[in-house]
Each structure stands twice: as structure tokens, then as C-alpha cells.
Design a protein around this ligand. Structure first.
Ligand SMILES: [Cu+2]
Length: 143
């Protein structure tokens, strides 16, 4: 009984170690992808709303506005530094590159109650999840 418990413990430790290794590999992979080709940011236009209503992106980010409704919408930020998707039929999408920092409030020209904003920051991409710290207490000293 004692030996069974012991080997069960060893198996548990090994499983934890491989899980941790797998996680850090995945995280490293994700970071490499982020630096080489940043994932596009997506604003979903659905049920007469922009989702997310507030999106923070780094300077130079590409944002894709996807109309997932069956009716037409626009994504329009007035002003000389603004942007305008023009008419977006249901299922259509519009890509825009935000090359300047700032806050861009935009609306749908057809439905003025649809309001949202894009915040373009000067720094690195926001919302990069902090990886869990490696559980070093599980590493046997003999390894
Ligand atoms: Cu609309």
C-alpha cells in the first residue's frame, strides 16, 4: 500500500511537470506569433451593437469590423482623423489600420444609438494575459 501511494505521487508530479512544460511552450509560441504577425482585432457588429463597445489596440493595429447582422450598418468616426466603413451589408466587413494614437468614438450612421470607441495606445498590445508562474516547488532537486 505504501509503495502504491508513492508511485501515485511520482506520477502526479510527472504529470504536473509535463503540464507546466506544455503551458510554457504554448505561451512562448503565442508570444512569438504576436511579435511576428499580430492577430487582427475584431469588432463584431451584431444585434445592433458593436462588440466590444470599447477596444484598446496598439498603434499600427488592424481592426476588422464584421457585420454579423442581416441588416446593413456602418462604422463611422467623424472628423478628419476619423474613419468610415461606408455601407456594410449583412456579412460584409471593413478593415482599418489605426496608425495614430488617440481615442476614436464611432457610430453607425443608420442607427445612431449604436456607439463604440477604439482606443489606440502608444505602447504594446493590451490584454496580453499574464502567464501563470511556473510551479518551481514541484521540480525535484535531482533533475
Ligand atoms: Cu447600424
Amino acid at each position: 500500500m505504501r509503495t502504491i501511494t508513492r508511485s501515485a505521487l511520482i506520477v502526479t508530479v510527472l504529470v504536473c511537470l509535463s503540464a507546466a512544460a506544455g503551458l510554457s511552450l504554448a505561451a512562448a509560441d503565442q508570444m512569438a506569433n504576436a511579435t511576428s504577425s499580430p492577430a487582427p482585432y475584431v469588432v463584431h457588429i451584431k444585434n445592433f451593437a458593436f462588440n466590444p463597445a470599447s477596444l484598446t489596440v496598439p498603434v499600427g493595429a488592424t481592426v476588422v469590423f464584421k457585420n454579423e447582422d442581416s441588416v446593413a450598418h456602418t462604422a463611422t468616426a467623424p472628423g478628419k482623423n476619423g474613419f468610415d466603413s461606408g455601407n456594410l451589408d449583412g456579412g460584409a466587413e471593413f478593415k482599418y489600420v489605426f496608425s495614430k494614437a488617440g481615442k476614436f468614438d464611432y457610430v453607425c450612421n443608420y442607427h445612431p444609438t449604436m456607439k463604440a470607441s477604439i482606443i489606440v495606445g502608444a505602447g504594446s498590445p493590451a490584454a496580453s494575459p499574464t502567464p501563470e508562474p511556473t510551479p518551481t516547488q514541484y521540480v525535484p532537486s535531482g533533475y
